[in-house]
Design a protein around this ligand. Structure first.
Ligand SMILES: Cc1cc2nc3c(=O)[nH]c(=O)nc-3n(C[C@H](O)[C@H](O)[C@H](O)COP(=O)(O)OP(=O)(O)OC[C@H]3O[C@@H](n4cnc5c(N)ncnc54)[C@H](O)[C@@H]3O)c2cc1C
Length: 292
């Protein structure tokens, strides 16, 4: 069944090559599908062999543990990468780049998604995470999401209230997101460009964009900022081997070179402990942790 896959199939592929943190042990079987049929073949193979499946997009929100991932890793970045525009709607494949979609929409005088600018993501990863900022998340714009169930059949989901919550999309467990429809709004290109420029300027000034990271490690607790709490407990700049709590933004952990997942997790444990002791409530992770 693997032989029917027209995309790439690799064994023992280091996932550090596929994560923005540049950390992660090998995937037993690593598949970059070429189309929906390839995804189906991969899912059916995994089901037949009773192997777990992990889907990844651009790997921008992932901490992969050092011993890697058993079973199948499906990487959708680049596969299903098309976006089409119909009136004020975009229909995007799960592997399309979020930033490319925002740029292409702007060129057609279509805006709305400016609040998502600067978030490194595939559309699938952005949907799964309900990626966003303080003034909007992708779920606010989704009119339909499309996915494959683990048995390879197609599903459509019309988001209802509660489908998208803070950094989460509650879609059927085990499903692979393959695309979505997004509602956009007419806006002149120049206005969009000005807005984007301003937002990117703020990101650049406040986030350690030149260093390898996975964005914010922790969700913000209600009414507060995880970064502020981490700073308050004196951990800004704290380093364990190659991993460091960014001195620019305390909710980011950066890889200064040679960091392992164990180093990042040790920093996370320390943070969790200190914040819980001082502020008496638990921090919840925003990054997704996978592997052994
Ligand atoms: C410098 C930097 C800045 C960032 N800033 C922000 C920010 O402002 N706001 C924000 O929300 N995030 C931010 N992030 C985090 C990250 O960009 C987002 O979470 C993004 O949505 C991840 O997309 P991805 O394609 O890389 O997904 P991945 O990291 O590959 O995957 C994320 C999760 O989605 C699941 N997934 C991915 N694709 C699919 C699919 N097709 N079907 C089913 N499940 C899938 C994965 O299993 C995983 O659980 C930042 C990250 C970095 C490195």
């Amino acid at each position: 069944m693997l032989g029917e896959i027209r995309g790439e199939v690799r064994f023992k592929e280091p996932l550090s090559f596929h994560t923005s943190l540049r950390i992660g042990g090998p995937a037993d079987i690593f598949i970059v599908p070429q189309d929906i049929d390839d995804i189906r073949h991969a899912l059916l193979f995994a089901e037949r062999e009773q192997l777990p499946v992990v889907v990844i997009g651009g790997g921008n929100n992932l901490l992969v543990r050092d011993r890697g991932v058993r079973g199948v890793v499906l990487k959708l970045e680049g596969c299903l990468g098309r976006t089409e525009f119909h009136g004020e709607e975009a229909v995007a494949g799960a592997g399309a780049s979020l930033s490319a979609l925002i740029r292409e929409a702007a060129a057609l005088n279509l805006g709305g998604l400016e609040c998502l600018v600067g978030i490194p993501a595939t559309i699938g990863g952005a949907l799964a995470m309900n990626a966003g900022t303080h003034d909007g998340s992708i779920g606010d714009f989704v009119s339909a999401a499309y996915f494959l169930y683990p048995d390879g059949t197609l599903g459509e989901f019309k988001p209802n209230a509660g489908a998208f919550t803070y950094r989460a999309f509650h879609f059927p467990p085990g499903a692979v997101l393959i695309g979505c429809r997004l509602r956009l709004a007419r806006r002149p290109l120049q206005e969009i460009q000005k807005d984007i420029k301003q937002r990117l300027k703020v990101k650049k000034a406040t986030q350690p964009l030149a260093l390898a990271s996975a964005g914010c490690v922790w969700k913000n607790p209600p009414g507060d900022f995880a970064g502020r709490l981490i700073e308050k407990v004196g951990l800004k700049g704290k380093r364990i081997n190659g991993a460091e709590i960014s001195s620019k933004h305390a909710n980011f952990i950066v890889n200064r070179g040679g960091a392992t997942a164990a180093d990042v997790q040790a920093l996370m444990e320390l943070t969790r402990e200190r914040v819980e002791t001082q502020f008496t409530f638990p921090l919840d992770t925003e990054i997704r942790i996978i592997g052994e």
